[in-house]
Design a protein around this ligand. Structure first.
Ligand code: ATP
Ligand code: FE
Length: 335
């Protein structure tokens, strides 16, 4: 079964071809345009998707070395995401499927981040059900109890900012370019994680909150820059290390709680922030310290990509769970 998958939920245009769940090609066009604005500008994102989508699909088919006539179905991201971005992928997928007279498979983007682990070779092995999935990205922060491919329950999520925003907005305060998450990670390795203390939010249960941390960083910087205008330059590595240490602590505390409450010790991570070296290390440490089994996917399957949409599409195909041509994008699509 050949499936073409389309991803266009945010600012990356992706297309992939899978054969029986195996990835033959996985093409992503990143949009550079947003860097100068310090964040994703939705209107510009949809215009760039519109420009990118046809060449990206062409490239995916060419790399997979198949003709569009061989495709058996088209999978696409129905949501959640930016409406204007989703509409480009959705409209393209619907027209292409109609033109080729093959079925459509609508996919939930957050479910796809989780099921990316079932792509062949995505991580060391495929997690067994039930497991916990922590999806951490620029737009989401969730802990999900995964009972089966399509039986998932969100047991914790952010009540304000996503974890990626905590990284990116703090980075912005430090004068770093967007997206600042990877830079904070890089500089953290050179600094002392205990140099400064930032407050951990007090949120009950398994929910997260990150907006207070960003404010704490802002006040901390303002106060210190008053005394020393070069405070940031002089202490950048220590500030980054301390901030990352705080975020790792928040995440680890919630995962500990989630494993205790559910009795499930298998933890899979996904989303762009799971590229963070400190978070990866904390998970690996958890294997020794708390008896966790952790699943960390390859980088190309953690950030937004079409291969993960394709694997969900394939699983849906096997269940004949097709979507009608009347399916529309859903910006707030829940798991
Ligand atoms: P969503 O998947 O929720 O729609 P998104 O498109 O922003 O949101 P991703 O592309 O999965 O999500 O992730 C981007 C985020 O990951 C950004 O906030 C970026 O700063 C963050 N990020 C990437 N690498 C790292 C890293 N090494 N450390 C910390 N954050 C990182
Ligand atoms: Fe995503």
């Amino acid at each position: 079964i050949y499936i073409l998958a389309i991803e266009s939920s945010c600012d990356d245009t992706g297309a992939a071809v899978l054969h029986n769940g195996k990835v033959l090609s996985n093409v992503v066009a990143n949009q550079e345009i947003h860097t100068q604005y310090g964040g994703v500008v939705p209107e510009l994102a949809s215009r760039a998707h519109q420009q990118n989508i046809v060449p990206v699909v062409h490239q995916a088919l060419a790399k997979a070395n198949i003709d569009k006539k061989e495709l058996n179905a088209i999978a696409f991201t129905q949501g959640p995401g930016l409406m204007g971005s989703l509409l480009v992928g959705t409209s393209f997928a619907k027209s292409f499927a109609q033109g080729l007279n093959i079925p459509l498979l609508a996919v939930n983007h957050m479910q796809a981040h989780i099921l990316a682990h079932f792509i062949d070779g995505a991580s060391k092995e495929k997690p067994e059900f039930p497991f916990l999935a922590m999806t951490i990205s620029g737009g989401h922060t969730q802990i999900v109890k995964v009972n089966n491919y399509f039986e998932m329950e969100v047991i914790g999520e952010t009540i304000d900012d996503a974890i990626g925003e905590a990284f990116d907005k703090s980075a912005k305060i430090l004068g770093l370019p967007y997206p600042g998450g990877p830079l904070i990670d890089k500089y953290s390795k050179l600094g002392n994680p205990k140099a400064y203390q930032f407050p951990k939010p007090k949120v009950n249960g398994l929910n997260f909150s990150f907006s207070g941390l960003k404010t704490a960083v802002l006040y901390f910087i303002q106060k210190n820059v008053k005394n020393n205008p070069n405070f940031i330059q002089d202490n950048l590595y220590d500030i980054c290390a301390s901030l990352q240490y705080t975020i790792i602590g928040i995440v680890t505390d919630k995962l500990k709680k989630a494993t205790q409450e559910t009795g499930i010790k298998k933890i899979a991570i996904g989303g762009g922030v799971s590229a963070n070296s400190g978070i990866r290390q904390a998970l690996l440490n958890g294997e020794q310290k708390f008896g966790w089994d952790t699943y960390i996917p390859k980088f190309e399957y953690t950030t937004d990509n079409a291969a993960m949409i394709g694997i969900v599409g394939y699983l849906k195909y096997l269940e004949s769970d097709f979507s009608s041509a009347a399916t529309t994008a859903n910006a707030r699509f829940k798991i």
